[in-house]
Design a protein around this ligand. Structure first.
Ligand code: AOF
Ligand code: ZN
Length: 364
């Protein structure tokens, strides 16, 4: 690997440290190199805090003069919560900037690159850096579509089931797999389940141990029937609970849930199908600047989502267990007619997690 790509890899690694802490901002990392030696490193550490470039420049001090900056994202040229990074890079005398991806934020979108070039700094923008694009994907989706990045998660038996015919599902995957799910939850803005799962499992959907974020617990419940004595409702003061109902949900149920501390959001009347309501909900969560949401099932909820073409990433755990019978599989919905149209995971990573197989990858 060339030393340039090593510096970029390092910048991406640094950026990842902000995961869960910086959203709805992007994760960004920066490495400053002069005469072949790293003189500064930084990353965006928390929402509202200094940008990666500023952290790296402050570490480098005078050594930044004449250096090359490797940044995972185009430096900003606007005054946000902090002054523009382009100004700081220019003032520090940085000679060259290598940018792994352009900033899709309409406030930036090429202006950062132009500002650096106008100041006589050489700028190289990478064409298609897969890793940098993956790092940026949830932020880029929110910026360009107004919707959060949607991660589908399930644990199933080797014979493709989420539960036995009596509905028992504790536990399918092993302890290690379940710990990974809690780590995932801890960087999410919301965790979503359907009414069936909420009834069947009476889950808490909290993050244990606590992570960087406290996700809102969302139940897709068109008629707002979630039981007032469910664990979710009873713990609504510990972490927010939102019931996503249809426009025609009975007012008395919505009122009772609100009285119990639950937020009830109703889809617009035009959202008739489950897939329509999903898309309306994603728009609403995007308006709230939610960047990542985790959908934990059940089959109908994930089916409506797949039918809507709205799954961005998958995390699936497959346990080496057989239960047979008519228990549900992970994804229902309309489904596809032809194998040739199957949605294929890109860059799937397949690993072993204790006794389970862990498959993750992106669909978009
Ligand atoms: C950078 N370096 O490390 C980050 C950038 O509200 P602010 O001031 O924090 O600005 C947020 C926007 O700045 C964000 O939407 C994105 O366009 C860019 N993030 N830019 O030069 C960084 N985190
Ligand atoms: Zn900046």
């Amino acid at each position: 690997m060339s030393s340039e790509s090593q510096h970029l890899e390092r910048a991406i690694e640094l950026a990842r440290r902000g995961e869960g802490h910086v959203e709805p901002n992007p994760m960004v990392g920066c490495v400053l190199v002069r005469d072949g030696a790293v003189v500064g490193e930084g990353w965006h550490q928390r929402f509202g805090g200094p940008h990666a470039e500023i952290e790296a420049l402050s570490m480098a001090g005078d050594a930044a003069r004449g250096s090359t900056a490797f940044v995972t994202l185009e430096p900003c040229a606007h005054v946000g919560k902090t002054p523009p990074c382009t100004g700081a890079l220019i003032a520090a005398g940085v000679a060259r900037v290598v940018v792994a991806s352009r900033d899709p934020n309409p406030l930036v979108d090429g202006r950062g690159i132009a500002a650096l070039q106008a100041a006589g700094i050489k700028v190289d923008v990478l064409d298609n850096c897969l890793e940098a694009n993956a790092l940026l994907a949830p932020f880029a989706k929110l910026m360009t579509t107004g919707r959060p990045w949607v991660i589908a998660k399930w644990a199933m038996t080797l014979d493709g089931k989420l539960a036995t015919h009596t509905g028992d599902s504790q536990w399918i995957s092993g302890e290690g797999s379940r710990a990974i799910v809690h780590q995932l939850r801890g960087r999410m803005d919301a965790i979503v389940v359907g009414r069936g799962t909420a009834e069947q499992d009476d889950p808490l959907l909290t993050v244990r141990p606590a992570g960087a974020r406290t996700p809102t617990r969302i139940v897709l419940d068109s008629q707002a029937v979630l039981a007032l004595d469910s664990q979710l409702v009873r713990t609504s003061s510990d972490a927010p609970v939102l019931v996503a109902a249809a426009a025609n949900a009975p007012e008395v149920r919505c009122h009772a849930l609100r009285e119990a501390g639950v937020e009830v959001w109703q889809a617009p009347p035009a959202a008739v199908s489950a897939s329509d309501r999903w898309l309306a909900l994603l728009d609403e969560l995007g308006r709230r600047r939610m960047t990542n949401i985790l959908v934990e099932g059940g089959a109908k909820v994930l089916g409506a989502l797949l039918d809507a073409g709205a799954i961005d990433e998958v995390h699936a755990f497959i346990a080496p267990k057989l239960i047979g019978g008519p228990g549900p599989g992970p994804i229902a919905g309309m489904g596809l007619a032809l194998m040739a149209n199957a949605q294929v995971l890109r860059n799937a990573v397949i690993s072993q997690q204790g006794p389970d197989v862990y498959v993750r990858g992106r669909l978009t």
